[in-house]
Design a protein. Sequence first.
Length: 348
Amino acid sequence: MIQRFPENPILIPSMLKPSTEGLTVECTINPGVFEFAGKTWMIVRVAERPVPVVGKTAATLFDAQGAIRILTFENSDPDLDISDSRAVVYRGVTYLSTLSHLRLVCSDDGVHFHEPDFPAIVPGVGALETYGIEDCRVAKINGVYYLTFTEVSEVGVGVGMMSTTDWRHFERHGMMLPPHNKDCALFEEKVGGKYWCLHRPSGIGLGGNFIWLASSPDIHHWGNHVCIARTRAGYWDSGRIGAGASPIKTDVGWLLLYHGATESNRYCLGAILLDLNDPTHVIARSDKPIMEPQEKYETCGFFGEVIFTNGHIRRGDEVTFYYGAADEVICGARVSVSAVLASLKIVR
């Protein structure tokens, strides 16, 4: 069903320069995807870390204006805890070991990408993005591009939103959904006179990492939240699930590509079909993954056994989607909409 690009991976860390002296690019992953000015574009999550120095540990964060600060600690300091490779803890304060920003790249053929000839870095700005911004989805609604992305700070992980018409100037709309929430994808048209979005709040104790749906009269204020899909014990999506990019409108419903992970963090892709007129109603769902990690660039990397998509372009029956592999590189693949629909199992 899936045709991977023979050129995979199409974007790797060494292809991009660090945003600031003293940093190195660790990962290029999980791009939002869109068409603009006759080209295919990705807005990539770029994760950076300080260049290693013997005997020292460093952490990074954005200040209120979006400038990067590098904090350096002596490894011999008893107040330093670096037992978890994903974090740096100093005197009870936790910092992330990498700092993510968003960066634009473009392509004439959808395969070979390069940075444009204008400033193309979107940093974290303000108190809710001090630890970075991640995993952007792009939806074009009435000529405006809306970006939904993960905002990370010491007070939590939530969903931010900004918009643009020219990709040079951005209007920031603040935190759209409060912590703990991520994996937010907007529908690209109204349904029943309302805007809709998919999102993934995380339950602690009761509940879980499920896909929810919300609606809005104005794209800024969201309510009427409904849980539409849960994890499934014993399946490939037993640990957590989350929406990919904007749902694809078909004659039989809204087709959503989504990621599912096991408790051991093996990420695969599947699909869910939602009712055209009532997207809270799930019609069908993947019984088996439509794509799972199998190539070396998907099974081995910064964090192996991971396929994660949040960006695609549809042309007729074909969807070209771009995905992060092994939390390190970006790849591309193509799939037939009709083939995905045929693979789904009706939900009763």
